[in-house]
Design a protein around this ligand. Structure first.
Ligand SMILES: [Zn+2]
Length: 193
């Protein structure tokens, strides 16, 4: 298992619709394993295939131990509404409040290709919705008001020079080094996904 490079805002793949997965192959399982490794190394709670430069309709999440690979996920029920701060591994250090349905039911295939349904609320529901958006070229900044989006994007303009080639390098096993900083982020944000 290896940590993959994360694509950051500006890479067109983040705006590309994904292709449904036709078959769960050993290669796809390897991709799932590498995506988990990448997500943990970057201290995220979710990661979608386009964020690592892939076009498969696939995301991984781990919210407080609720760990799922979601292949071809589809949100079939949405209820309520909640507002909370979000971040994104592809737009590091930029956060914004997003209103989303509070409870969802998602239908997907697991890493063995078996269909399952998952009812989620709170942070897990938010994280899954954020990932499903990624699979259709949508990013959390798209939900911000014009003014807040402009401010988030100008903040990103100043930061993106830190990511040559629009690539964020993550190294598996390095996650402990940035713990204190991440804890600080977690206090204010839902987590980067
Ligand atoms: Zn994201």
């Amino acid at each position: 298992m290896k940590a993959l490079d994360i694509r950051v805002l500006g890479d067109p793949i983040l705006r590309t619709d994904t292709q449904p997965v036709a078959e769960v192959t050993p290669e796809l399982r390897q991709l799932i394993a590498d995506m988990f490794t990448t997500m943990y190394a970057a201290e995220g709670i979710g990661l979608a295939a386009p964020q690592v430069g892939r076009t498969e309709r696939l995301a991984v999440v781990d919210v407080e131990g609720a760990r799922y690979a979601l292949i071809n996920p589809e949100i079939v029920t949405r209820e309520g509404s909640a507002r909370a701060e979000e971040g994104c591994l592809s737009i590091p250090e930029v956060f914004g409040e997003v209103e989303r349905p509070q409870r969802i039911v998602v239908r997907a295939l697991d890493a063995d290709g078996k269909p399952f349904e998952l009812a989620a609320d709170e942070l897990l529901a938010r994280c899954i919705q954020h990932e499903v958006d990624h699979l259709h070229g949508k990013l959390f900044v798209d939900y911000l008001s014009v003014f807040k989006r402009r401010s988030a994007l100008s903040q990103w303009d100043k930061l993106k020079g830190d990511y040559p080639g629009l690539i964020r390098k993550v190294v598996a096993g390095m996650e402990k080094k940035s713990k204190s900083r991440s804890a600080e982020h977690n206090a204010t944000a839902a987590g980067e996904v």
